[in-house]
Write a protein that binds this ligand. Sequence first.
Ligand code: IMP
Length: 429
Amino acid sequence: MSNVVIVGAQWGDEGKGKVVDILTRKADLVVRFQGGNNAGHTLVAGGQKYALRLVPSGILHDGKTGLIAGGVVVDPDVLLEEIDGLSARGVRVGPGNLKVSEKAHVIMPYHQALDQAREGSKGAGKIGTTGKGIGPCYEDKASRIGLRLGDLRDLESFRDQAERALGEKNQLLTGLYGQSPQKLDELMAKARLWADRLGPYLTDTWRLLMAAVDQGRQILFEGAQGVMLDLDHGSYPFVTSSNPVAGSVSAGAGLPPRKIDGILALVKAYSTRVGSGPFPTELEDQTGEYLRRRGTEFGTVTGRPRRCGWLDTVVVRTSVTLCGADHLAVTKLDVLAGLPELKIATHYLLDGEKIDFIPSDIRAAARCRPVYESWPGFEGDLSKVRKTEDLPANARRYLERMSELCGAPPALVSVGPDREETIMLHEYF
Ligand code: IMP
C-alpha cells in the first residue's frame, strides 16, 4: 500500500498526531492537505509532548519529508514559530525535510481579526471558531482575492494586492465591527520577514508528490479536523471551512482519486466536540466530567474544555461510509476504564421515529435523541496491553461491538498517549 489517507471520523481531536506519528515510521512522505492552524495534533515521543498545528506530524522521524499542500491555509507567523520551537527542542526541520506549497493561501492578520470580530458579534449564535482566521482566509480564496505564499516572491506585487484587500477589510473592521484598522506598513514588515524565512521552503508540492507517487514511495496524508466538521457534509453552519473527508486529498494535495490505496478513520472510544452545534450523545453530568478529566479533553489550540459524551456510531458509520474507510484506528480506549457502565448510541429518535442517519437540517439534528445500548464497564491500566486478547473481557467486547456498529475493523487501538502504548492489528505500508 503506497498512498494512505487518515481522517477524523468525529468532530476532530480523535488523536491524529499520535496515529500519524506511528504510521510515519514506514512512510517516506507525510502530507497535510486541508485546514490550517485550527488543527492541533498532539503526540508524545520519547517522553516528550509535542503539539503540532501546521507541520506534518511525521517530522519527528529522521529521513521523512513533510509536505504542506496547496489546500492548507497557512499563517506564516505560526509556521515559523512552530519551526523555531521544534528546532529549539532538537528536531531537525528545514527546507530539506519540509516543503510548503507556493499555492497555499496566506492567513493575513486581518483574517484573524475578522474571524474574532465576527464571532464576537454573533452572541449566542456563534460557531465557536478557533479564531485563527481560517474561515475568512478560505473566503478570500473562493472570492479570488486571496494572497498565496508564492506571491511573497514579488513583494511589490504582494504590496499592491495587500493594499487592495486591506481597503475592503479595514472598512469591515472599523465600520461594521468597531475595531482599529490594520496598517499596510506593518503588514509589509511581516511580509518581508515571511518572504525571507519561508522562501526556501516554497515549492510546487504537487509536482513533488507526483514524482513520489511515480516512484512508489510510501505516502501518508494527514487529515485535520473531523468529517462532522466538513463544510459540505457536517452540521452546517457549525463546521469548519474546509473538507476533512478523505476525498479532499485529491483537491487539496492533487492526488488522483484512483491513487488512494487505503483510508483509515480515526475514532475516539467516546465522543468530544469543541465549539457549538448539535451533539446528541453529549453528557453534561459527572460522567462527562470524568471523561474530560481522564481524557484531558481541553483544546490543543484554544485550551477550551471539550464537550464530552458517549460514542455515537451513527456519526462514525456516516464518516466511514462517506470516506470509504477500510479500517478504524480506535483511540483513548484506556480513558473509559473505571466507568461501571458504557453506552453506545446505535440510532436516533427524531420526533418519535427511529432513524439511523444524521438529518441535513440542523434544527432536526438538534432534536435527535440517541438510542443507546448499554455495556458493562471495565477497570485497570490498559497502557501495557499490546494484544486484544490481553484486554479485560469487557473492553474487548466493547471494542468488538464498536467496530461492528461503525462498519469497519480496527487496524490499531491506542491505550495511552505514548507511541508504544498501542495494539497493532493491521500494518499499513
Ligand atoms: P474554525 O475551523 O476555526 O473556523 O472553527 C470552526 C469549528 O470547527 C469550531 O467549532 C471549531 O471548534 C472546530 N474546529 C476547527 N478545527 C478543529 C480541530 O482541529 N479539532 C476540533 N475542532 C476543530
